[in-house]
Each structure stands twice: as C-alpha cells, then as structure tokens.
Design a protein around this ligand. Structure first.
Ligand code: F6R
Length: 366
C-alpha cells in the first residue's frame, strides 16, 4: 500500500510528478497554447468581471492560497485577499456580489472553510472550490470548482495537495491573465510551455533524497528553525516551517526575508539553522544580503538556490539547487526539498511521520 516507501508521506512526496500531470491533464493543452477548464469557461463573465478574489482556507491550503495571491495579482492583475477561514467566518467581513470567493481544501471537509463558504454564499458571492476529495462537502457546497486530481493523500502532513492546488491556481491565473489582455500572446505561450515541463523538473529534484538526508542529520536536534523567502517564495517559507513543526515537533517559523530586521534576527546565534529560499529572480540581491546578515551572527544557512548559483554557494553552509524556471512556478520546485528535509528530520527523531501527535487528516470541528 505504501508502494515500497517507508511512509505514506514519502510516497506522496514522490507522487508529485504524476499528481501535477494528472491535475493539468486535459486542461493544459500545451501544443495548442490553450488552457481549458470547464468550470472557469462556464463562468467566464463572472471571472473576468470580478473586482476582487477572496481566498478562504486553512493550514497548507491557506499557504497555497497565498501563492495564488501572487499569481492572480502578477499574471491577471486581479486584487486578492487571502483569509484564514476561521477568522473570515467570524469577522463580519465585507463581501460584494461581484467578489469571487475561492475555497481551497484537500479534504473538502474542513469545518471552518465550509462555514466561510456558506457565509460568502449568503452574501451573494460566487464561490469556487479547489478540492481534492471528489464529492466532499466543500465540493458539493460551492457553486462551481476544479478538482486537484492529486489522488488520495493519506499522510496527515499535506504534500501533493499543496503542489496540485498551486497548479490549479496557476492555470486559472494564466487563463484569466490572457483573456484580460494582461499577458501577451508570447508571454502566455512561454508560461504554458514552462508549466508543461515543471513535472520533469520536480522529478529531478526528487532525486536529491540522499543530499537532503545528510543535511537533516546535521540539524535533527536543533530546537528551533527559521524559514525565509520573498515574493512567490514567502508562502513556501511558511509552508516549510509548518511541515517541520507538525511532523518533527521542532519549533519553526516562516517569515518574509525582509522582516528579519524587525525582530527575528534577535534569535540568530550559532545554534540556529535558517532555511533561505534564494532563487535567482526572486529579489535575489536582497535575499543575499539577508544571508550575509545571518552569517555575520553565526547562524547556519541552508539555501535553496537556482542551478549554477555561485554567490550564495560561497556564503551558505549548505545549498540545494533547483532547476531554473519562470518565477511564478518556483514554488512548485522550492517546496520539494523543504518537504524532504522535514520528512528526514522527523524520521531521524523517531516521530510518527504519517500520524503526528494531536493532528487529524480532516478537521471537521472548528
Ligand atoms: C498541514 C495540514 C493542515 C491542512 C489543513 C486544511 O500539513 O495538513 O494544515 O492543510 O487542516 O485541510 P484541508 O486542505 O483538508 O481543508
């Protein structure tokens, strides 16, 4: 049942190549430069006239929503708010009839997300679901939606659900960006071609197991860990920290790299590992100077860099290279080594990786 892997989580991490392909199959028609999504096509006027998109979700799905914020704003120029479903539902939020609410949920059963959907609907918004479990409560309650097609996710820590949610969000953002005239034909073409080869790049990254295992062995006893990223990779930093804390019980926090100097830098000393996502296009020079600030306070740097990077390699304690890609798709790659790092650290600490203490796969109570 675990397909030869020691844990469901490791199996599901490795399934991401195919899960992304399954998610865009029939939707991303790369040879024709077409993105076909029935649920978006059937509601296209609503999508094109939306003044705002509000994303509601919890946990890892909320992190995917944050990546969606960068995607929709950058590619389609639509303003986006990303809300914790639990806060949104009790906040007396301002919801307009021409808002599109996108609810993201792997299980489709999260109580707070379901309640947020009901509230949005009662206020006249159009609610679109991005779920993995077919026929789930959220899939039924939403006005329309798109499934992620990741296949069953058994490990409590969400992995392939995250990357497939980002895949669906990318497809919608690209489609709307093109139809709204925000993306030129050639940019649209380039994004489509690049997205179609992302799975092969994910596949390459999954071969770094041994390299990441070595880094895990060095830091497995750290009491704390910081994760930093900017732009598209700020949500990846949050997700990396969540993965580590939930399965290894190491206290971890994710921050936008530039927030360091507003507080967290006080935590840095020789026993603090800092995972920094420093891909070439994502405000690279600024992240490099953050790395220098950490090094001068003796922090340990594990850097995720673009292949061929030399500048960060010179100052970081460890580097993990990701293949080059277009900036909006970097989260689909940078996430992979962070998932593997958490996995190996948790295994080395003898934690119950697939069923961490105090957690349930679907949170059906608020
Ligand atoms: C993290 C994790 C949780 C879920 C959250 C939302 O690994 O599994 O944070 O992401 O409970 O669950 P869904 O996506 O089912 O609504």
């Amino acid at each position: 049942e675990k397909g030869g892997y020691d844990h469901f989580m490791l199996k599901e991490i490795h399934e991401q190549t195919n899960a992304i392909v399954d998610t865009y199959r029939g939707r991303l028609l790369a040879d024709k430069d077409i993105i076909k999504m029935g649920s978006v096509d059937n509601n296209i006027t609503k999508f094109l006239n939306a003044k705002r998109i509000v994303v509601v979700a919890c946990g890892t799905s909320w992190h995917a929503g944050l990546v969606g914020e960068y995607l929709f704003e950058d590619l389609a120029r639509i303003p986006v708010e990303v809300e914790y479903a639990s806060e949104f539902r009790y906040r007396n939020p301002v919801i307009h009839k021409d808002d599109i609410v996108i609810a993201i949920s792997q299980s489709g059963e999260t109580a707070d997300t379901l309640a947020a959907i009901k509230l949005a609907k009662a206020n006249g918004a159009f609610v679109f679901g991005i779920c993995n479990v077919v026929g789930s409560s959220i899939a039924r309650e939403t006005d329309s939606g798109a499934y992620t097609h990741a296949g069953p996710e058994i490990g409590v820590a969400s992995t392939k659900a995250f990357t497939t949610q980002i895949t669906v969000l990318s497809l919608i953002a690209l489609k709307l960006g093109y139809l709204k005239g925000e993306l030129s034909k050639s940019d649209y073409h380039n994004y489509i071609q690049e997205l179609s080869i992302i799975p092969s790049k994910v596949e390459k990254l999954l071969k770094f197991d041994a390299e990441i295992e070595k880094i895990a062995a060095i830091y497995k006893d750290a009491p704390n860990c910081l994760y930093l990223g900017r732009g598209y990779n700020f949500p990846v930093a949050l997700e990396g920290a969540l993965k580590l804390k939930e399965i290894s019980y190491i206290h971890a926090e994710g921050y936008p790299a530039a927030e360091m100097k507003h507080g967290p830098i006080a935590l840095i000393d020789e026993s603090m590992p800092v995972v920094v996502i420093a891909t070439r296009k994502g405000h690279y020079e600024k992240v490099v100077s953050n790395i220098q600030e950490i090094k001068s306070r003796k922090g340990k740097i594990i850097a995720i860099v673009t292949k061929g990077d030399t500048q960060v390699r010179d100052i970081a304690d460890h580097v993990i290279e990701i293949p080059d890609t277009l900036e909006p798709f970097t989260p689909l790659l940078t996430t992979i080594p962070l998932q593997l790092l958490s996995y190996y650290i948790a295994v080395m600490r003898d934690c119950n990786v697939d069923q961490p203490r105090n957690l349930a796969k679907s949170v059906t109570v608020e």
